[in-house]
Write a protein that binds this ligand. Structure first.
Ligand SMILES: Cc1cc2nc3c(=O)[nH]c(=O)nc-3n(C[C@H](O)[C@H](O)[C@H](O)COP(=O)(O)OP(=O)(O)OC[C@H]3O[C@@H](n4cnc5c(N)ncnc54)[C@H](O)[C@@H]3O)c2cc1C
Length: 346
């Protein structure tokens, strides 16, 4: 039986594992955080009283293959389609009815992480959480071994799939115990992908914010706020009569304030939100949450021809930076294709 190891349990890995579900392969996933689905992240509060997607807000329905996956192949119980539109605002804070390009905006009643949970659920993959891979080792018999930060060893694997954002993949490759020339070239390619950071503030209010839109996006990229969404537009995310805003600050603002105190960040974001929406009471949320995403969105992607050459060494890459598009559906599509390619070669 072919043994396949995955570093990271993001959407890319989840889709690749799903594509391998009917193969004879034995799948092992090592994930550094406590959950799956990576930057398509969900938190809950008070035992699901509040559910909020604080990384990616939804999966777009741009890709037919991914649409089919979400609406036909996986269990659709609790699948949420946000029907309210996305509007726009500019540097001056003028809000206008934008063109909502997304036909469907998918999430789940229990949050976006359901995508990876349902994908993994269709497989026999073993997922080790809170397991950060520190060392990638190539063995003399052409298999791979992974060592975590606690010294735990996993493998050997006949195939290895790397899913972390490009800078973290580059670091793993640079430090890998493997052919120097190959790892240096691949690490340099991964490191060539630059990323934008995003600071997310979550603002909870015990009164409803009535609006015709689900979210606002800053189109000229000149405002401190980049994106603002009303999580209550997703079924079962927010109790009736309340509002929960997920506010993503612009990459420029986020870079400048990345290390700031989270409470101060939330207070500043609440002020900016109140001003943008013309609602003074929004300066005073009932509760807040915060997350900094250092590697939020890749600018473009890596040279897939070069990355593809690693396949002959049993090494594969998946994720949005491999797809060349900073989108959840792109990561899912890339994962499906990566998994299918591996399955074909088994
Ligand atoms: C704030 C924000 C807003 C976004 N908004 C949208 C949106 O509205 N629509 C959209 O389509 N997309 C959006 N995106 C992008 C979308 O979230 C990503 O494109 C997609 O989730 C990437 O999936 P992935 O599998 O490539 O990588 P990731 O989700 O990054 O998964 C990689 C996994 O690897 C793990 N990992 C890293 N290093 C190690 C290690 N050493 N050992 C073990 N595990 C490791 C990580 O913990 C992570 O779980 C947004 C992203 C962010 C951050």
């Amino acid at each position: 039986m072919t043994r396949i190891g995955f570093v990271g349990a993001g959407a890319g890995t989840a889709a690749a594992a799903y594509a391998l579900r009917d193969s004879e392969a034995d799948l092992t996933v090592l994930e550094k955080s406590g959950g799956v689905c990576g930057r398509a992240a969900t938190r809950r509060r008070n035992d699901y009283e509040y559910v909020y997607d604080y990384g990616a807000n939804y999966a777009k329905s741009e890709d037919e293959r991914v649409n089919h996956l979400l609406t036909e192949e996986l269990d659709t119980d609790g699948l949420v389609d946000v029907t309210e539109p996305v509007w726009t605002f500019d540097a001056a804070g003028d809000i206008s009815e934008g063109k909502d390009a997304d036909e469907h905006k998918w999430s789940y009643e229990r949050g976006l992480t359901q995508i990876a949970k349902r994908l993994f659920g269709a497989t026999d993959a073993t997922v080790h959480r809170r397991t950060r891979v520190e060392t990638v080792r190539r063995n003399s018999d052409r298999t791979w071994t992974l060592v975590d930060t606690e010294g735990g060893s996993y493998g050997p694997f006949d195939r290895l799939v790397l899913n972390p954002p490009a800078p973290q993949t580059a670091e793993l490759l640079r430090d890998a115990e493997w052919d120097r020339e190959l790892r240096t070239e691949l690490a340099a390619e991964a490191a060539s992908v630059s990323y934008r950071s995003i600071v997310t503030a979550v603002l909870g209010y015990d009164t409803a914010l009535e609006r015709d839109w689900y979210a606002l996006v800053n189109v000229d990229k000149e405002h401190d706020v980049g994106w603002l969404a009303r999580e209550e537009c997703k079924d079962r995310h927010v109790p009736a009569g309340e509002s929960l805003l997920v506010v993503q600050m612009s990459p420029a603002w986020s870079a400048e304030h990345y290390e700031d105190d989270p409470d101060e960040v939330c207070a500043t974001v609440a002020d900016a939100t109140a001003e943008l929406l013309g609602e003074p009471h929004l300066t005073d949320p009932g509760w807040t949450d915060h997350q900094g995403w250092r590697y939020a969105l890749p600018d473009g992607g890596a040279d897939t021809d070069l990355l593809g050459e690693a396949a002959e060494h049993g090494l594969h890459f998946t994720g949005d930076w491999v797809a060349g598009e900073a989108r959840l559906h792109a990561a899912l599509r890339n994962g499906l294709e990566t998994g299918e390619r591996i399955a074909e070669g088994l």
